[in-house]
Design a protein around this ligand. Sequence first.
Ligand code: ADP
Ligand code: MG
Length: 318
Amino acid sequence: MSEFDLIDLIRRRAGIERNDVRLGIGDDAALVLPPPGHELAICTDTLVAGVHFPADTAAADIGWKALAVNLSDLAAMGATPAWALLALTLPTADAAFVEAFCTGFGALAAQHRVALIGGDTTSGPLTITVTVHGFVPPEQALRRDGARVGDAVFVTGTLGDAAAALWLRRRSGDPALRAQLDPRLDRPEPRIAAGAALRGAATACIDVSDGLLADLGHIADRSGVGIDIETDALPSSPALLGAFAAADRARLQLAGGDDYELAFTAPAHRAGDLQRDLARIGCGATRIGRVVEGAGVRALDADGAPITLPARGWEHFA
Ligand code: ADP
Ligand code: MG
């Protein structure tokens, strides 16, 4: 297959049509029409084989995850996704791989009405870079710098399943348990609806990609505050709860990463309303801590004493 056959295959399989795309794949650049009066949220993320996903991950899962991690960043800004670019570096012109990749990418793109409007196709070690664009009403984007002392800290869904799945995969752990946890690692669901619901309600927001402590650390730094986490309050899935002792669970939830839930802050008196609004769109949110004076993030045990962990989250070049 030639580069151009591959591009044609991708064009046919990986996106949906939108009428705000004036010119899609096939010219030197795409032409799009942003909705008047909205801000454009734009972000990009790269997945490298063997670093961001195990080298033997199914192609369809890689396609899903490459888009999911980007949509998760838009969710964390409270943005509604619209357009994507896909830069694909492939070791060989493997049509079967690209076709399966597009099945995963396309399924998530269809779910969130994302049009694939362009990209680049090159040869080299398997690397996928996706860029996404979304819309936010003016001044309503969820940023990292708005947390205030006294705010409560929340997280959507549950934490730790993806890290547990990776841990079990590396050790060829119990297949039945892996079948329950694997989808959280391979097919994360970006919290787009939750992000939109948090506009005007959350004071700061981030998606949990590197690990809860590391990611909340960015909110703490950018907002000039400290954050205390009640480790016992962290939400667990039934599978995680049943399979791991409390200390292991805490380690997976605090430093594991790859959860793609939203961690956010909001005034404590709004907790009830917020949790009701999120429940209405099918997304639980748990209160896990509070914003305090000072700097950095502390995970506290049941007695209020800080827990120390070997690592706080994933870091490249560390
Ligand atoms: P150029 O040489 O001008 O960069 P290319 O030959 O790289 O153009 O790409 C031709 C068209 O195909 C462009 O519209 C580009 O955006 C699109 N394209 C290339 N690779 C991909 C890809 N992996 N996914 C989506 N669109 C792609
Ligand atoms: Mg090109």
